[in-house]
Design a binder for this molecule. Structure first.
Ligand SMILES: Nc1nc2c(c(=O)[nH]1)N[C@H]1C(S)=C(S)[C@@H](COP(=O)(O)O)O[C@H]1N2
Ligand SMILES: [Mo]
Length: 336
């Protein structure tokens, strides 16, 4: 299965041979535009390279590629967004509502020990501790598009396990119609939870939810890593949900609770502005946000002046084949 070397004393370099995956520093540099045309950039851009490398060293690479299943099905084949972008342009309001704040303000975040409690309408309530997150389930690498409701997007090589595996392990009762997810509440560590302005006016903890059939869809992922390494705090360490066919806000970070419930649970952005953010939040180019169009998106690639890639948004973020049947007969304009 996974992790021959444990995550606590892991190998440093993540070696990749698969040509389809743009790993490795040379490839990252190429993606960032630092090889070829990008070498014309000035000193500021070069400083960015060193930042990237030093952060790279700090984060243990705990996953051995041989230990991961690679399932091409449902995988985005687009060019990966460079790791430097994925870990520096974030929405994680617990650590500040500006895109650059989570990377800066989450660095001391303690994730070990951790407790993820699976509770509610299940026959087998579970508590997963930090080590369980990496060892209780088969880990896979999944390359998914991530489409934020703000109309930017990335392509991220996640590592994680199927949420369906966790659901099966917990054995839901017949009353379990929804899953209610909760992020850690720890105002001492999370500056946005003790400073209302930094936290974007959200009442914490951050809450999300899925219908149980959505949670059972093979695309729904519990992620514990990206780019071959454990998740950095700003991306939702140590474990976060990834639901690639829905707007990014559904993909709740730093999860401490998953409760199986009978009724549709309250969700953070829906509580904040119900007319703008629905429970379903399926990516839909035909249903605009009240304040902007959802027909297209800015794909984050190399950054800076090269980062002007405007592309059409796809229904269900391009995963319609796998998930559209979940919503057959539903009015997706009403259930946005
Ligand atoms: N707890 C929590 N989870 C969260 C958020 C947040 O503010 N708090 N932001 C969401 C939004 S709006 C997006 S787009 C994604 C961003 O994930 P990323 O920073 O890993 O790209 O995380 C989602 N999960
Ligand atoms: Mo988002």
């Amino acid at each position: 299965m996974l992790i021959k070397s444990t995550h606590k004393n892991a190998t440093k370099e993540h070696q990749i041979t698969d040509e389809k995956i743009y790993y490795g520093r040379r490839e990252m540099l190429k993606n960032m535009g630092f090889l070829g045309v990008g070498t014309l950039l000035g000193g500021g851009a070069n400083a960015g390279v060193f930042d990237l490398f030093s952060r790279d060293e700090e984060r243990p690479s705990v996953f051995q590629r041989d230990d991961l299943t690679y399932k091409p099905e449902g995988q985005a084949l687009e060019e990966l967004t460079p790791e430097s972008k994925i870990i520096s342009h974030n929405n994680f309001y617990e650590f500040g509502a500006q895109k650059n704040q989570p990377a800066e303000l989450s660095q001391g975040f303690k994730v070990d020990p951790w407790k993820l409690a699976i509770s509610g309408e299940v026959e087998k309530p579970l508590i997963l501790d930090y080590d369980d997150l990496y060892s209780s389930f088969d880990l896979e690498e999944r390359i998914y598009r991530l489409r934020c409701v703000e109309a930017w997007s990335m392509v991220v090589p996640w590592i994680g396990f199927s949420l369906a595996d966790l659901v099966k392990k917990a054995k839901p009762t017949s009353k379990a119609n929804y899953l209610a997810f909760e992020t850690l509440y720890d105002p001492e560590q999370m500056i946005g939870q003790r400073n209302r302005r930094l936290g974007g006016g959200i009442n914490y903890p951050y809450l999300e939810g899925l219908r149980i059939d959505e949670a059972m869809n093979p695309l729904a992922l519990m992620s514990v890593g990206l780019y071959g390494k454990t998740l950095p705090p700003q991306n939702g360490a140590p474990i976060r949900l990834v639901v690639p066919w829905k707007y990014g806000f559904k993909s709740i970070k730093s999860v401490v609770g998953i409760k199986f419930v009978e009724k549709q649970p309250p969700t953070t952005w829906n509580i904040l502005a119900a007319n703008e953010y629905g429970f379903y939040a399926n990516v839909n180019p035909k249903v605009d946000h009240p304040r902007w169009s959802q027909a297209s998106e800015r794909r984050i690639t190399t950054g800076g002046i090269f980062d002007q890639n405007r592309i059409d948004t796809q229904p269900f973020n391009g995963y319609g084949e796998q998930v559209a049947s979940l919503y057959s007969g539903m009015n997706l304009r009403k259930y946005y």
